[in-house]
Write a protein that binds this ligand. Structure first.
Ligand code: G3P
Length: 217
């Protein structure tokens, strides 16, 4: 399973990248706004900076909702760097645009996936990735991880090549459960990645080893 970080914060991207386990980055308009980035030039420069920091797929989201607008925006985003993946919302015009990008060799991430039906449609259009939002599904009283497992099963039966990118990850357990359920990628906040490190018995065990090491130092 690949690890992406789900942020536009450069310090957090650097910290995750320095671990040596980072395979890519996902952003969205909310995450870009959180960093206070304003204006098209600044947004483009920010994506370029991220691409230069991390050697992997970098999702950059369109904000148009009509076919012509999505395609025009996606072409500009894709021209920033070969690692850019154009992130397109799961809407009718988005599916048409994903098919266009697929036919023209541009990688896509179909975002805002909340059902298996949506994931099938995105795969039919040739999306490189689908992004089921598992935390938001949990918030609405359903089981996000179950959707990952369902999509993984369907893609395996049907031979779809689209990768399942589990998004809206809220904690380390989500990452473990997504790995079990067959996600190809987890895109995570830094805290959730670092949460994987933690176990109280590791801390207690290390403290004891270091204490005992003093006996023969
Ligand atoms: O990648 C999508 C993700 O950022 C959504 O996460 O926490 O806003 O539901 P969240």
């Amino acid at each position: 399973m690949k690890f992406f970080i789900d942020t536009a914060n450069l310090a957090q991207i650097k910290e995750a990248n320095d671990l040596g386990i980072l395979d890519g980055v996902t952003t969205n308009p909310s995450l870009m706004a959180k960093e206070g980035i304003k204006g098209t030039e600044a947004v483009m420069q920010h994506y370029k900076t991220i691409c230069e920091m991390v050697n992997g797929d970098i999702s950059a989201e369109v904000i148009s909702t009509d076919f012509d607008g999505i395609v025009a925006e996606g072409k500009i985003l894709a021209a920033i760097h070969p690692n850019i993946v154009v992130k397109v919302p799961m809407i009718k015009e988005g599916i048409k645009a994903i098919k266009w990008f697929t036919d023209n060799g541009i990688k896509t991430n179909c975002t805002l996936i909340f059902s298996a039906g949506q994931a099938i449609l995105a795969a039919k259009a040739g999306a490189t990735y689908v992004s089921p939002f598992i935390g938001r599904i949990d918030d609405s009283g359903w089981d996000g991880v179950e959707l990952i497992a369902q999509i993984a099963n369907i893609y395996a039966i049907q031979g779809f090549k689209t990768e399942i990118l589990a998004a809206s990850i809220r904690n380390a357990l989500h990452i473990v459960k997504c790995a079990e359920a067959g996600a190809d990628v987890c895109t995570c906040p830094l805290d959730s990645i670092l949460g994987l490190l933690k176990h109280p018995l590791t801390d207690i065990g290390l403290a004891k080893f270091l204490e005992d090491a003093k006996k023969f130092a």
